[in-house]
Design a protein around this ligand. Sequence first.
Ligand code: GLN
Length: 190
Amino acid sequence: MFVGVLALQGAFIEHERRVAELGATPFEIRELRDLSKPFDALILPGGESTVQGKLLRELGLFEPLREKIVSGLPVLGTCAGLILLAKSICSESTVHFAALDLTVERNAYGRQLGSFHAQAPLLGGAEIPLSFIRAPKITKLGNGVEPLVVLDGVPVAVRQKNIIAAAFHPELDEDRSFHQLFLDTAAQAQ
Ligand code: GLN
């Protein structure tokens, strides 16, 4: 399975490593011609959503990727990637791909709690490590969005059809189960 990893900014190398460890083939998307190869799934990494949104538009990647996402290409968005996918961003008028029916609040875990670790069950099963870095908080879920991981009563990872998104950074921990879930979702979509 070929997995395109948006490689404009942020933590993309760690995603490539996880995907490769699980037997899929990652490749970096940096410019428009990278989209000429067929691929089965897409990863939008953490970083800074405002910078990524600007670069996506400047490089002409935004519209072709948006079309692929709304047509059902399996996508994993983590942290800034979750913000790029969200239909609504609290107190901001700019939205990006707007494909995932939820509202997020950027940097909502506050300055002191800007970075922290926790653990919670994935889909009610085994606990997975959760690393948060200036993470967005999911404040409202639309119909058809299933929570995958809930921490202190707040969903921190969700799935809507072929879109999976997390407020934390699964690529920064050794546990591979979150990426495995994404690759399984992508395989079922084929
Ligand atoms: N605070 C960042 C944003 O608003 C997201 C942080 C992250 O991806 N670790 O885009």
